[in-house]
Design a protein. Structure first.
Length: 154
């Protein structure tokens, strides 16, 4: 009879532990399910057209979708950027100077400072003996010196 009590108490302990594990797992599942439902609801609110959220694609230089120089903008001495990143008074009034990036909302911005380097405009100072086409000359660059021209390389 004594052995029956020992076995019974051990069996009771094992069953009790097993029940605790089952209850814990069920509670854990319920919490995870609740969090999943909350995330789904929150994401649907972000994608709802009634909200003022704008899902903007990330510009990633490694993926090849970062802003880059475009010739029409370079000719006027500007760089392509999102309008919100153009300091006040630097956005060029002519639209469409960044035609390839226009669908992503890029516009041409021209720095207002007087120290504009050739390199910052995507060009290189070359000797006047080098026949840089007139279309590729960056006239706004002022660091090339006498006998040199800033030529945009594309």
């Amino acid at each position: 009879m004594h052995i029956y009590k020992v076995i019974s108490s051990k069996l009771s302990f094992v069953l009790d532990s097993w029940v605790r594990v089952v209850v814990f797992k069920k509670m854990h599942f319920n919490i995870l399910f609740f969090v999943l439902i909350l995330n789904i609801i929150r994401s649907s609110q972000l994608l709802d057209s009634d909200n003022n959220y704008e899902l903007v694609p990330v510009m990633n230089p490694m993926a090849g979708n970062a802003p880059f120089f475009e010739l029409p903008c370079m000719i006027v001495g500007g760089t392509c950027a999102k309008p919100m990143y153009c300091p006040d008074g630097t956005r060029v009034g002519t639209k469409g100077l960044c035609p390839v990036q226009q669908p992503q909302g890029m516009e041409c911005c021209r720095p207002s400072t007087h120290d504009i380097t050739c390199h910052s405009k995507g060009g290189e100072c070359v000797s006047d003996h080098y026949k840089c086409p007139r279309l590729l000359r960056v006239k706004e660059a002022n660091d090339c010196g006498v006998g040199n021209t800033c030529c945009a390389f594309i």
